[in-house]
Design a protein around this ligand. Sequence first.
Ligand SMILES: Cc1cc2nc3c(=O)[nH]c(=O)nc-3n(C[C@H](O)[C@H](O)[C@H](O)COP(=O)(O)O)c2cc1C
Length: 216
Amino acid sequence: MRITEKERDAVYKTIFSRRDVRSDFTKQEVDDDVIKRILTAAHHAPSVGFMQPWDFVVVSDTGAKKKIKEGFDQSNATSKKMFNEEQQKKYQQLKLEGILEAPLGICVTCDRNRNGPVVLGKTIKHEMDLYSAVCAVQNLWLAARAENLGVGWVSIIEDNILRDTLGIPENIEIIAYLCIGYVTKFKDKPELESAGWLPRRSVDKAVHYNKWSNDN
Ligand SMILES: Cc1cc2nc3c(=O)[nH]c(=O)nc-3n(C[C@H](O)[C@H](O)[C@H](O)COP(=O)(O)O)c2cc1C
């Protein structure tokens, strides 16, 4: 099956206009069939040895979201202190989650023991299962963008909060907590770029030919 030029352009449009979204969520509900589509897209991510180590916990319960938000608030207060004074001023102006505003949360997990102790492709680099679960997150993120749904990744939270709130067992690794919902807009640039936190590195600096180059 060949991808047409129009379809190719739609893929690039989706990639370049995807944003991490923490505000601008609307109250519009997300239909179950839309959720199913983006989760099915996530489930079709590549995975080491076809291990498919992920699971998805869909969170709509307000009580659960409140507990997760409290966990974020605690971790965020600790995290802020790790930066220098000047950075802290900027940090506190950033909105780094949309847990309560987003109609849905999705916790993406990784079962590191799925399909037994020896997995094709994971024999030397054991962390490949974690990377596979992250591929599922990216598929979800792009599929959501194609559905005009905003997604925000919240990582400033201790695993035990998500574990306790969502009943995730100790042997299951937590990969991501995502806030999901329709939004009033997708910003043109990453918020961290607009806020002057960091600029986008040029792609030319990121690419090396044949050998690593420190001149980039
Ligand atoms: C692994 C990972 C964890 C992230 N955690 C957070 C987070 O806790 N809070 C936040 O505001 N953004 C988080 N982000 C979003 C990044 O800040 C964002 O992707 C980056 O600034 C680029 O912006 P863009 O996604 O809109 O292109 C995370 C992104 C990734 C990939």
